[in-house]
Each structure stands twice: as structure tokens, then as C-alpha cells.
Design a protein. Structure first.
Lengths: 285, 396
């Protein structure tokens, strides 16, 4: 039983962590908290099933096309839901604009794809076992994403530019950095990460339009617990969330496990409003 | 030739008289309009698409055989798009604009919940096949009739099968957190307890939960001998079946018809996991002993085949229900004409209408026309030509 809790808890925690990272990447580039992150995860699952199962493409082609779809959705988010509200960021209009876009995409998926969960393909032709690919694929995807982002942000010039606009976009623009293009690129990267989470977790979550709601909420928890913009915090908090959720499923079951998860979430935020790994910022007065 | 005043008056009088005589003759040739509110598109359209195939066949046959006393039956269709708001708009147009004589549909409960009160206010006779118990009420909706089972009948059949046929006394009852699921759970658990069953595990579970192993293990440790899931969510149901299979736990799963749907089948990890899964279905459209359908259903299948109606992607009971509904309305109209009050009086005394989907009877005090004994359980993995084998334990 313990192995089962750990395996499925870590696997689903990795999916939540990836959605949390997608939230963070978009937030760092724009200071906008885009609620399309869960929709990106949903899109990754549905596009993967569409390309591989329905259209019969090879797994590698389906994988690349699903990620490309996520990137396009990320860019569309930036153009339609983020850019128009950047001038009035303090009014939090982005909550409405990004939520509206997320709902539009989700309803479009429901109409075109259907409201029933549909199968997601087995990606590797390996016999099922207790440490099945449905568990370890999200773990691999999470590890690759963390390493990739670390390399991008710390070892490349482009990554330094991303960090510059995340730190202070006015100063970055003053230095001649193309802020708008970098922001669009960040949203494309977030789209790829979101789609990767849905694709890697597709065998657990299936290709289902309503995964968007699940991932939007549960993907938000690692960000809030780990600290906004803090990817390492999101990963740790995502794993803790997944394990805690599975343990609650075993211990209390039914809808009470969700109650337990969100009760713990609220308690943690009451104790540390800046998140477990976040840093409290002083405000100049 | 000059026309005298007397000739003109005679001509005018003759014209008026001729018009007065001719008017009813013209009216007799007008088609009788029947409103139809299916969900042909949108997220809940699979039922409507199946039902529509039967409806179209029935209308074609009725009109080919002379219609209603020489008048054709014209179906005025408004696709609800699986949306209660559009269903209400369609119903308003059918009753106030087109002025139909009767309405069949909507075919989904969510849309019917919105439409039934509206049709009651417009005094339009209505027949619908939706299961939610409150959708018939002879006092509130005296012109509304249901030619399908209620939720109570569906749950009752499952409970009887588990407790009386399979002789399982320790039962786990679970649902998703949607309205249908929780309402079913709350209704069926007391029924089971009344029958002497011990409900050892009961829970409403978030259907999006990707891992149901904890729930299944909890049922197992509670000593459950049967699982009864109530949900129309194929993803949720398939996870229950898959997890039972992974744990090699050999208990029967009995419940909602979606357990036997193609969507559920598509989500199974292994085809053999579908064994010992028993969804609800309806005796007149099931294979009995020796793999035979009732004679009435065999004749219907032959007609479907001769009309090249596809059954591979739908269920026989949906097509049969669609076929029966206009035939029942046409029988009433042939007997008493299309006047609403007369139609309702006739329906209030309808006895054993011989439908393919089932025999239907109404009384003035009971507008739920489907018989309890026609609701049965079937073997999910026996689907062939849209129909299933009766579950083990039923007589022929």
C-alpha cells in the first residue's frame, strides 16, 4: 500500500509541479497570473490522443505536435488575454481575461472532442508492471523540465534576458531588450511545459476536457505553497501535494480527501502567506 | 354580358358557401405537426443520435401507411444542442409559434427539467424518456407522460439483482460528485438497506481523481462483495473497473447503463476486465436464453437492417425507444384525433402499448409507463448489434 501511495502520489505531484512551473514562467515574464495553465495541461492530453490515436501518427510526431500546440496556445494567451491588460495590471483584469480564455478553450474542447474521457495511448511498448510508465513518465518529464529551465536561465544569453525582464522589465527595456518578444517566448515555453504535463500524465489523467479544471486548481497549490515565481519551490510543493493527496485518499477517502488537501493548503498559507519557499518582501513606504 | 345584381348576389353566396364547405376538406389534408426536441449535437448527443434513427424510421412508416386518417405526421425538429436554454427556446417556438399538437422530448434529463414546466403551462401533451423521478407529476404536469423507467426503477433493478439474484449482502455503493451521482447514491442506499443488504462502504468521489486504488482498497478491506457505482462518467467507471482488474479482485460491478457503453470499453486497460460487469438495460431489447431476442425485437431488427440503419455505433434500446415514441403518439391520434385534451384522456387509459423498447401503460394517476420487470441487468462484455445478453440469473 505504501508503494502505491508513493508511486501515484509522486507521479501526480510531478504533473501538478509542471503546471505550477507553467504558471511561474508566465508570471515571471509578465507579472500576470494566467489561469490558462491548467488548460495547457488539458490540451497536451487531448492533442496527444488526437494525433496518436485518432490520426495514427507515430508517438514522437504526436509528442512534438502536442508540444507545438501548447506553444501556440501559450502565444495566443499572451496576445489575447495578457497583452491588452498589462497597462492596468494593478486592477487584476488578467484574472478575468485569462479565465475567460481558459473557459473558451475548455468549452471548445468539450464540443469538438466530447465530454467523455477518452483513452490516451500507451507511449512505450512495455508490459504493465507496478512501476508502470504512467507513473515514471511524469517524473522524467518533471526532471527534464527542471534541468532544462536551469540550463536555459543560468547558462544561456537568452535565459539571462528572460531573467532580466522578470527582475525589472523597465530596466530591461531601457537596455534594449525586446521585452514583448521575450514575453511571447516565455508564454510559448509555458505552453510547451503545460502540454508536456498533460502528455506525460495522459495515461493517468486520460484525454478529458475537464482535466483543465482539475489542473488549474491543483496546479495553483504548488505555486502558492512554493512561492510565486519559484520553480524549485513549485516542484517540492507539487510533490508534497501529490503525496498528501494520495495519503488522504487512503486515510479518509471520498470527497473528504479534497477537503483535507485544501484545509492543509489554507493552514500553510495562514502560517506562511509568502509560501513555504517564498521570501517575504518588504514594501517601501 | 351584363351581370345583374341578383346574379352577383347568387355568385357571391355560392362562393361563400363553397368556401365554407371546402375549408374543412383542405384542413383535413394538412399534416399534423408533432414537435421533437432531440439533442442531435453537443456533448450529450449520443443518446439523441441513436433515438433519432428510430424516430425517422417510425415517421416514414406511419406516413407510408396512410398517416393519421389520411393526414401526414410532420415532425418539427428543434435540436437542443444538449443545452437546456436552447431546449426551452425550441419548446417555446414549437408551442407558441408552430403550434404543434404534441411534443416528444427532450431526451436528456437536464433539458427536460427546464422544458417540462414550460410545456405544462402551454397545455401541450408531452412524451419524454428521461429518468429523473420528478419529471412526471400528474398534478403539476398532467399532460406529461414518461415512456421510460424512472431512476427508482433503475436503482431498484440493480439492487434486486445484487441482493436477490447474486445473493451479495455486503455492498459498496459509490458515486461521482455530480448531481446525478449523489442523488442516486442517496436514493439507492436506503433501498438496499430496506432489502436487508449491509452497505459496508459508501462514498461520493471526485470523478477527476486519477487514481481510485485507495477507494477500491477501502471497499475491499470493508468486506464488500459487490460494487455499485452510480455515474454517467465513463472515465470514472473505467477507472473502477481497471483498478478492480489490477487488484485481481473478483467482485461483480453492477450499476448504471454507462458501465456497458463503448466509451467505457475504450478506456479499459484489458478487455477481460469487462467480465462480471453488469449494467442496467431493458429485457425486450436483450438476448435471452440461447442468445435470442424477443420476436417483436427480431422483426424490428430486420426492419432496421432493410433500411440500412447503422447500429454499430449506438445502442438498440435507444433506436427502439425512438421508434416507439411517435408510434404511441400516432396510435392515440388515430383513436381520438390531435386535440390535446382528447389525446391526454386517451393516454391516461393507455394499456400495454406494444413497444419494441417495452410495453407502456398509463393511468390518470400514474404517468410513468414502463414496467419494473422490464428493467434488467446485462453482461457488459456481450454487446452485439447494439444489444446485450441478460446477466446470469435471469430466466429466459
Amino acid at each position: 500500500m505504501l508503494l502505491s501511495i508513493v508511486l501515484s502520489g509522486v507521479a501526480i505531484g510531478c504533473v501538478y509541479a509542471l503546471i505550477g512551473i507553467a504558471y511561474n514562467v508566465m508570471f515571471s515574464a509578465s507579472r500576470v497570473f494566467s489561469f490558462t495553465a491548467g488548460t495547457l495541461g488539458m490540451a497536451g492530453g487531448i492533442l496527444g490522443a488526437l494525433f496518436i490515436l485518432k490520426l495514427g501518427l507515430p508517438v514522437w510526431a504526436g509528442f512534438l505536435l502536442a508540444l507545438a500546440g501548447g506553444a501556440i496556445l501559450g502565444v495566443v494567451t499572451e496576445i489575447l488575454a495578457v497583452r491588452p491588460v498589462l497597462k492596468s495590471l494593478d486592477q487584476h483584469l488578467y484574472v478575468l481575461s485569462t479565465l475567460a480564455l481558459a473557459l473558451i478553450v475548455q468549452q471548445f474542447a468539450a464540443i469538438e472532442w466530447g465530454t467523455d474521457a477518452q483513452p490516451f495511448p500507451r507511449l512505450l511498448n512495455i508490459e504493465r508492471n507496478s512501476f508502470d510508465q504512467q507513473f515514471w513518465l511524469p517524473m522524467v518529464a518533471c526532471a527534464v523540465t527542471i534541468v532544462g529551465l536551469e540550463v536555459l536561465y543560468r547558462r544561456t544569453l537568452l535565459g539571462h534576458a528572460f531573467r532580466a525582464i522578470a527582475e525589472d522589465n523597465y530596466a530591461a527595456r531601457a537596455l534594449g531588450l525586446p521585452e514583448r518578444n521575450l514575453r511571447m517566448a516565455s508564454y510559448a515555453i509555458a505552453g510547451v511545459i503545460g502540454a508536456l504535463s498533460g502528455f506525460a500524465g495522459g495515461q493517468m489523467l486520460l484525454a478529458f476536457f475537464d482535466n483543465a479544471t482539475l489542473l488549474t486548481f491543483y496546479g495553483f497549490v504548488p505555486v502558492a505553497l512554493g512561492g510565486m515565481g519559484n520553480n524549485r519551490g513549485a516542484v517540492v510543493a507539487g510533490l508534497v501535494l501529490g503525496l498528501f493527496q494520495q495519503a488522504a485518499n487512503f486515510l479518509v477517502g471520498g470527497v473528504f480527501s479534497s477537503v483535507a488537501v485544501f484545509a492543509a493548503f489554507i493552514l500553510v498559507l495562514l502560517a506562511r502567506p509568502e509560501g513555504l519557499a517564498g521570501v517575504a518582501l518588504g514594501r517601501r513606504v | 354580358m351584363a351581370l345583374t345584381r341578383r346574379q352577383a348576389l347568387k355568385s357571391a353566396g355560392a362562393a361563400v358557401a363553397a368556401a365554407g364547405i371546402a375549408r374543412p376538406a383542405v384542413a383535413q389534408k394538412n399534416p399534423i405537426l408533432v414537435g421533437y426536441l432531440p439533442a442531435l449535437t453537443g456533448p450529450s448527443s449520443s443518446t439523441g443520435v441513436g433515438i433519432n434513427r428510430g424516430i425517422q424510421l417510425a415517421i416514414e412508416e406511419i406516413n407510408k401507411s396512410g398517416g393519421i386518417d389520411g393526414r401526414q405526421l410532420e415532425l418539427i425538429t428543434r435540436d437542443t444542442q444538449s443545452d437546456p436554454t436552447k431546449a426551452v427556446n425550441g419548446a417555446a417556438e414549437l408551442t407558441r409559434g408552430v403550434k404543434v399538437s404534441a411534443v416528444f422530448g427532450p431526451v436528456n434529463s437536464g433539458e427536460s427539467l427546464a422544458v417540462v414546466p414550460l410545456l405544462a403551462r402551454t397545455n401541450t401533451p408531452q412524451v419524454h424518456p428521461c429518468w429523473v423521478d420528478t419529471l412526471t407529476d400528474v398534478k403539476k404536469y398532467p399532460m406529461c407522460f414518461r415512456n421510460a423507467p424512472t431512476n427508482q426503477q433503475i436503482g431498484g433493478a440493480s439492487n434486486r439483482y445484487v441482493v436477490e439474484v447474486l445473493k451479495k449482502k455486503k455492498v459498496a455503493v459509490i458515486s461521482d460528485t455530480a448531481g446525478y451521482g449523489t442523488a442516486s447514491l442517496n436514493a439507492y442506499v436506503p433501498m438496499l438497506k430496506q432489502m436487508g443488504a449491509d452497505v459496508v462502504y459508501q462514498a461520493s468521489i471526485d470523478a477527476a481523481n486519477p487514481d481510485l486504488k485507495p477507494e477500491i482498497l477501502r471497499m475491499q478491506s470493508a468486506g464488500a462483495e459487490a460494487i455499485m457505482p452510480w455515474s454517467v462518467n465513463a472515465g470514472f467507471l473505467s477507472r473502477i473497473i481497471n483498478t478492480r482488474g489490477q487488484l485481481a479482485w473478483d467482485v461483480p460491478i453492477c450499476g448504471q447503463t454507462t458501465l456497458g457503453s463503448g466509451q467505457t470499453k475504450a478506456l479499459l486497460e484489458k478487455p477481460e476486465y469487462w467480465a462480471k460487469v453488469y449494467p442496467n438495460n431493458f429485457r425486450p431489447v436483450c438476448y435471452g436464453a440461447g442468445g435470442k431476442l424477443p420476436d417483436r425485437t427480431v422483426a424490428f431488427l430486420d426492419r432496421l437492417k432493410s433500411h440500412k440503419i447503422d447500429m454499430g455505433d449506438t445502442l438498440l434500446w435507444w433506436i427502439a425507444l425512438g421508434y416507439d415514441s411517435p408510434n404511441m403518439i400516432a396510435q392515440a391520434m388515430k383513436a381520438v384525433g390531435p386535440e390535446p385534451e382528447k389525446l391526454v384522456d386517451y393516454m391516461n387509459q393507455l394499456k400495454d402499448f406494444p413497444g419494441v423498447y417495452g410495453d407502456i401503460s398509463f393511468t390518470k394517476d400514474k404517468h410513468d409507463g414502463y414496467r419494473d420487470d422490464q428493467v434488467v441487468m446485462v453482461e457488459a462484455n456481450s454487446l452485439k448489434d447494439g444489444a446485450f445478453n441478460l446477466a446470469p440469473g435471469y430466466g429466459a
